[in-house]
Design a protein around this ligand. Structure first.
Ligand SMILES: Nc1ncnc2c1ncn2[C@@H]1O[C@H](COP(=O)(O)OP(=O)(O)OP(=O)(O)O)[C@@H](O)[C@H]1O
Ligand SMILES: [Mg+2]
Length: 502
């Protein structure tokens, strides 16, 4: 069976490849599987639907939005749930293993127990190389056969292509995907020609989504209702209520009411304009990111609006009425189109991509810069060497990886490599959204090769240091593997970039 699986901050959604259609899998009658993990004081864990079922049961705590932990997570990162610590990568693997089991036991996918699942999966466009590997490994360990890893907005582009191909003409072949989910915002400019979707450029904000609207709204309610110093359980209950009220808002809603009976307080009421004012700075950030995409479409000139077929709004938080309102104010009425499946667009697009008969192909780009800090001027200065610039074209699925090499004469006994990913480079330095990786240490001195604790050794200049080759191997999914080799003896070490201490 072939499935597109979108692991989201709030919902996980699967769509099947079924003779040219991509129906969304329903679990116990619902089109989404909750991205929740519940832990009990006794140390038990529940995932997805089972976690939602114990949400309000005493003795259980619920971890929501745990996808947000992944961009800062390393192999050893732990999270505490109901007084117990769990490694984040293990939690994700167990969560996905439960999804695999629920696809078989509780869904309409008709998946036999042992049948192989070929999955196309996705990560936010802005995800770091570490998040890509972590997600990929967890899916694989959970029993999925991952055949493609796409950026979420690129996947949603296939849902658009599947549904609205006729709006694309030779004069208007660009579509701007606006993906506002529970935890992340991504904007990608795609050029669609025939069955090829080509990513021109992407902009993302890793921590911006419906969760942040919820926080802004809870703060507004607590402040105006005069509720201070309430416990975390009471705050959680009010948050749940605010989320439900937010999701019930429509373009004609005038007042915003929140039942506060759980804290023995009268119902809170305010005009919707107050709610919009609290959320407007968040939406403005997305509008600014879209504007940046249009100004910097990876070519010499600013993209002419006449060439854009539309802005395609996907993701649940795109249904917040303020979003359409501000997008229309900034970009015009006719440009903004909402997906009929805001929650499922990514999963449907992933399934479309897997459908060999549909023949879609994707030309993807690296969504962030990768570089390394190096010593210069005989060790007195540190410079940033941008190895792979943002928007570097990635190989297509099934093509050989992209390989970039650097060769030079080493100058020290130990190489200390501080890799960084970032969304911008300003004045030669990483800027914007920056992910620093744990330093990588490499013994240039052959006598240090057996040393397990290079971090404790002093780094000294060494005239007899060998020649070195750095080799960067970039997969179609945007993950980067680095290998370092000394020449001429060919001593090599290979590693993936990871967060955490050295
Ligand atoms: N009608 C609505 N109005 C406003 N917000 C909504 C509405 N329906 C859902 N949401 C919000 O959409 C978010 C979930 O959207 P979605 O399922 O697309 O996110 P996700 O894919 O899980 O997250 P991400 O893509 O960021 O990882 C939640 O914050 C939810 O409150
Ligand atoms: Mg999403």
């Amino acid at each position: 069976m072939r499935l597109g699986i979108d692991f989201g901050t709030t919902h996980t959604v699967a769509a099947v490849v079924d003779r040219g259609n991509y129906p969304v899998v329903s679990f116990d009658g619902a089109d989404t599987w909750p991205s929740l993990i519940a832990g009990s004081v006794a140390g038990k864990l529940r995932f997805g639907l089972d976690a939602a079922a114990v949400r309000h049961t005493p003795g259980w705590s619920v971890l929501r939005s745990f996808k947000r932990l992944l961009d800062d997570a390393g192999p050893d990162t732990e999270v505490t749930l109901a007084g117990h610590s769990y490694p984040v990568p293990d939690l994700l693997t167990r969560f996905l293993a439960q999804l695999r089991s629920d696809l078989h036991r509780r869904s309409n996918a008709g998946l036999p127990k042992r049948e192989r699942v070929e999955a196309a999966i996705s990560v936010p466009a802005n995800a770091s190389s570490a998040q890509r590997f972590l997600t990929l490994d967890a899916f694989t360990q959970a029993g999925f056969d991952v055949v493609a890893l796409l950026n979420e907005p690129s996947a949603a582009g296939f849902e658009y292509a599947h549904r609205y191909r006729s709006t694309i003409t030779a004069k208007r072949e660009y579509v701007l995907i606006y993906d506002l989910g529970g935890g992340t915002f991504d904007a990608s400019l795609l050029r669609m020609t025939g069955t090829l979707n080509e990513v021109v450029t992407s902009q993302g904000i890793r921590h911006l989504g419906g969760d942040d609207f919820d926080e802004a709204i809870v703060e507004l309610v607590l402040k105006n209702a005069g509720l201070r110093d309430i416990g975390s359980d009471a705050r959680e209950a009010i948050l749940d209520e605010c989320v439900a009220r937010k999701e019930a808002m429509g373009p004609n809603t005038r007042r915003f009411l929140v039942d506060l009976s759980m804290v023995d307080h009268p119902t809170f009421s305010c005009g919707v304009d107050d709610v919009y004012a609290a959320c407007a700075p968040l939406v403005q950030k997305t509008v600014d990111a879209l504007a940046r995409v249009l100004q910097d479409p990876g070519r010499d000139s600013v993209l002419d609006w006449a060439e854009v077929a539309g802005i395609y709004v996907v993701g649940g938080a795109g249904s917040f009425p303020l979003v359409s309102r501000m997008l229309r104010a900034a970009f015009g009425d006719k440009r903004v189109k909402r997906s009929p499946h805001p929650f499922a667009a990514t999963a449907i697009g992933l399934a479309g991509f897997l459908d060999k008969e549909a023949g879609y192909t994707l030309s993807e780009r690296l969504s962030r810069h990768l570089g390394v800090f190096r010593e210069a001027q005989a060790g007195t200065d540190v410079v940033f060497d941008p190895i792979l610039p943002k928007d570097t074209a990635l190989p297509a699925e099934g093509e050989p990886p992209l390989v970039v090499t650097r060769s030079y004469r080493a100058a020290h006994n130990i190489g200390r490599f501080r890799f960084v990913e970032c969304s911008r480079i300003i004045d030669g330095r990483p800027d914007g959204d920056v992910t620093p990786y744990a330093p990588v240490l490499f013994p240039f001195d052959p006598d240090l090769r057996a040393d397990r604790n290079l971090a404790r050794r002093p780094v000294i200049r060494w005239n007899a240091a060998p020649d070195v080759e750095e080799r960067y191997v970039i997969s179609s999914g945007g993950g980067v593997e680095v290998s370092l080799t000394t020449r001429p003896d060919g001593f090599t070490r290979r590693f993936r970039l990871a967060r955490g201490a050295a």
